[in-house]
Design a protein around this ligand. Structure first.
Ligand code: FMN
Length: 136
């Protein structure tokens, strides 16, 4: 059985280009053939600003949106974050989604597909996101 790769579209604003970039990378991953690659769109999880009372390492989730997100992250063996740069940083929806769960991310490899309006191609946002992801 191939490892399950979740390609996570991390921008949520109206008119975003994230889904086009995500579909492009999903096709590359499919052609690679070494993964069971699935496109996951953060927008489908309707995560509000982080609203759980108990630290996520306890996995005592109060809200259905957290349980759905937890099940999705838990199901993956590896991740690729498809992410733009906003103010030299990751998009706020991604920072929020990363914080919602903890153990579900543990010991799973992750990569990034960064993009932006400038010549850096999202480089600074990816550098900042690496700090979040390696902490998890
Ligand atoms: C609030 C905001 C801040 C941005 N800051 C940067 C930036 O620091 N560097 C950059 O290269 N592009 C920046 N951009 C441009 C975005 O990276 C570009 O519009 C990209 O398409 C956004 O991804 P999305 O369409 O999936 O939301 C910014 C865009 C927004 C909306």
């Amino acid at each position: 059985m191939d490892p399950k790769l979740h390609i996570i579209i991390s921008s949520t604003r109206p008119g975003r280009v994230g889904p086009a970039v995500g579909r492009w990378f999903h096709e590359l991953a499919r052609r690679h053939g070494g993964f069971d690659a699935e496109l996951v769109d953060l927008i489908d999880f309707h995560l509000p600003l982080y609203d759980e009372a108990v630290h996520p390492r306890m996995q005592q989730y109060e809200h259905e949106h957290t349980r759905r997100w937890s099940a999705s992250v838990d199901a993956a063996d590896a991740f690729v974050f498809v992410m733009p740069e906003y103010n030299y940083s990751p998009p706020p929806a991604l920072v929020n989604a990363l914080a919602y769960v903890t153990r579900e991310w543990h010991y799973k490899p992750a990569g990034f597909v960064g993009y932006g309006a400038g010549f850096s191609g999202g480089l600074r946002a990816v550098q900042a996101a690496r700090l979040h992801v390696t902490t998890l």
